[in-house]
Design a protein around this ligand. Structure first.
Ligand code: HEM
Length: 251
């Protein structure tokens, strides 16, 4: 006997659609409806783990590109890009003085898109240093460091130092002549500081001169310690912007 749909009752397809997208499963993931009303638009922002970092409503100054040039946002974008390309590089790089340089050269010739991956990591690192510096200039020139944002300025200074340290530690990893001598010069500068200088240099090198102990220290700092610290401070930085009443506005 043929099974026929009763008139007025939803068909199987409609019922599956309703089950998936209008009812339990869909609603368990997305708490708000389609963002076509101001209320739903605010709910979408407030109930999404990524979007809720932003306020549901902002002042029109904050969407004006010339107010921030999105320099902080671009610095963060570079950080994300560096994390992705850095993890990809970790699949090929061994932090040993015997193999590090050969690994980097092989990456450029033997691995598909290896050169692109390496260059993206390098150029994004340069870009991040420049962007963070420009972001700091923007914050200064718009007077956004003044109360109540003075604490966030200090968090920013820590982020600037971490960015420079990430760049410095990464520079040694290819283990070519340029890296070895650049780090030797940098560490000697640190070493000439009064009182703690000698200890700092010894700690950085893991001995009296640059070698395998230095490479593994710089590697661990570069891929674990410093990125983790930077991520924690960035979280505080973004959270503070909200707590300080959003971004500063011209008087
Ligand atoms: C890794 C480094 C950094 C990242 C990813 C970052 C990210 C951001 C972002 C996304 C904003 C929102 C406004 C914008 O996009 O310009 C912001 C605001 C701010 N940043 Fe940074 N920042 C960094 C470093 C710094 C530095 C070095 C300073 C200062 C020394 C600083 C101080 C501030 C202050 C005071 C604000 C609030 C600005 C306002 O209210 O207009 N940040 N930051």
């Amino acid at each position: 006997m043929a099974v026929t749909e009763q008139p007025g009752k939803p068909g199987l397809g409609e019922r599956i659609y309703a089950l998936l997208f209008q009812n339990y499963i869909w609603r368990s993931v997305f708490r708000s409806g389609y963002p076509n009303t101001p209320r739903n638009q605010m709910l979408v922002v407030a109930t999404n783990v990524f979007l809720h970092l932003h306020p549901t409503r902002i002042h029109r100054t904050h969407v004006k590109i010339t107010h921030t040039y999105c320099l902080g946002g671009l610095s963060f974008f570079m950080f994300l890009g560096l994390t992705v390309t850095g993890v990809l590089l970790m699949f090929y790089y061994i932090p040993s003085t015997e193999t590090a340089y050969i690994n980097m050269k092989a990456l450029e010739t033997d691995v598909q898109f290896g050169l692109l991956m390496r260059n993206m990591h390098r150029w994004m690192a340069h870009a991040m240093v420049i962007l963070v510096f420009l972001h700091m200039m923007r914050v200064f020139y718009t007077g956004a460091y003044k109360p109540p944002r003075e604490f966030n300025w200090v968090v920013g200074v820590v982020l600037l130092v971490l960015t420079i340290l990430l760049s410095f530690t990464g520079y040694l990893l290819p283990w070519d002549q340029l890296s070895i001598w650049a780090i030797t010069v940098g560490s000697n500068i640190a070493g000439s500081a009064p009182v703690l200088g000698g200890d700092v240099k010894f700690t950085l090198f893991g001995g009296f001169s640059i070698g395998q102990t230095s490479l593994i220290r710089f590697y661990t700092l570069h891929v674990i310690a410093l990125p983790l610290l930077a991520a924690v401070f960035m979280t505080v930085h973004f959270w503070r912007i909200r707590r300080d009443g959003g971004m500063a506005r011209p008087l």
